[in-house]
Design a protein around this ligand. Structure first.
Ligand code: NAD
Length: 335
């Protein structure tokens, strides 16, 4: 039985990336839409064959509880709305898939986990890269010890942000580049290291005269120290394009560029002073299908999903520690 999703928030990512992927999925189906804009409900309702009875506004959102054709809600709203709409979905008895960043604070993330737990439903975060085949291969290569013990991870993510968007408003975005794109560097560092950091040091560089950065940070670079002694050196930027990671062990390195894009991923392995491109067979399922179906499979198999709410909470706590370190100009120990 497929996981039947209601998508909440018909913005650019929902409409252009997520909704078209249901057609490619064996375990996930789009059965309802939630939007504040009637014209979007009309347009996408017609496009995806969603009957009027399964189209909701924010005012009627809570009545999804009475719709047995909805198993899960996919929250694709601005960051400051993630917690509220996820919690209301849990309270309506639905599983939740919530876009990254999970929330705008660790306190909100904890409340989301508590609500899902109370409802006895799953909570998963839209960390699509964890379902992308090259990134998965990278995790396996490190685990298998091909590179020897990991000494250094570099992860850089960023883009030159266009002005006048909610991402540049602190109240809606929760923060700047780190919340939006740097979180991919943080994710990569953690899933490649396969362990949790014990200390973080961060430095922010923001031109406050740039009208884009009146409220949120542009650049924030951070170091993570892991228990094994491995260090991750990460870039998060809203003024320059970056999308790569490299993990270096005692015996070689493995790297990707782009690492977390929508497509075109490339990977290289360096061993014995030689570098070769790693080519994997065309990816079926793709990262979105893998992500959507993971929620269905976790329910069917009675286990926590990969990229669970706990995983999102860990990142939110680290995001707060990174901001704290930059603000206070010191290393923050994580206990
Ligand atoms: P967007 O601005 O295109 O879409 C946001 C949607 O929320 C719009 O349809 C807007 O109408 C709606 N909305 C409802 N109430 C709103 C309000 N009060 N103010 C503003 N908008 C309101 O943004 P997006 O790029 O689709 O991002 C949505 C979420 O998806 C974000 O959390 C973002 O981080 C995430 N995202 C994830 C990826 C990914 O690769 N995983 C990519 C893009 C975006």
């Amino acid at each position: 039985k497929p996981m039947r999703y209601a998508v909440v928030g018909l913005g650019s990512y929902a409409v252009n990336q997520i909704m078209p992927q249901f057609a490619n999925s064996a375990h996930s189906k789009l059965t309802a839409l939630v939007s504040g804009t009637p014209a979007k409900l009309e347009k996408y309702g017609a496009l995806y064959g969603i009957p009027r009875s399964h189209r909701y506004s924010y005012a009627t959102y809570d009545s999804i509880r009475n719709n047995p054709d909805i198993d899960a809600v996919y929250v694709v709203l601005p960051n400051n709305m993630h917690a509220e709409y996820s919690i209301r979905a849990s309270q309506a008895g639905k599983h939740v898939m919530c876009e990254k960043p999970m929330s705008v604070s660790s306190a909100e993330a904890e409340a989301m986990i508590a609500a899902a737990h109370k409802a006895g439903r799953k909570l998963m975060i839209g960390y699509r890269s964890q379902f992308e085949q090259y990134n998965r291969h990278g995790i396996d290569v490190v685990k298998q010890g091909v590179l020897g013990p990991v000494r250094l991870i570099t992860a850089q993510t960023g883009f030159n942000a266009s002005p006048n968007q909610w991402r540049l408003e602190k109240a809606m975005a929760g923060g700047g580049s780190l919340m939006d794109i740097g979180i991919y560097s943080l994710q990569a560092a953690r899933y490649l290291a396969g362990e949790e950091p014990v200390a973080v040091t961060a430095m922010e560089s923001t031109d406050r005269h740039d009208p884009r950065f009146r409220e949120v940070e542009d650049r924030i670079d951070f170091l993570l120290r892991f228990p094994s002694g491995a260090i991750a050196n990460c870039v998060s930027s809203y003024s320059s394009g970056h999308n790569n990671w490299r993990v270096t062990g005692t015996k070689g390195w493995l790297g990707m560029e782009p690492a977390t894009g929508y497509d075109g991923h490339r990977m290289w392995l360096n061993k014995d002073w030689k570098t070769q491109e790693v080519l994997l067979p065309a990816g079926h399922p793709n990262q979105w299908v893998g992500q959507l179906d993971e929620l269905a499979l976790s329910v069917a198999q009675g286990r926590e999903p990969i990229a669970s709410g706990q995983e999102g909470l860990r990142d939110m706590r680290l995001v707060e520690a990174i901001y704290q370190s930059a603000r206070e100009g010191r290393t923050v120990q994580l206990t």
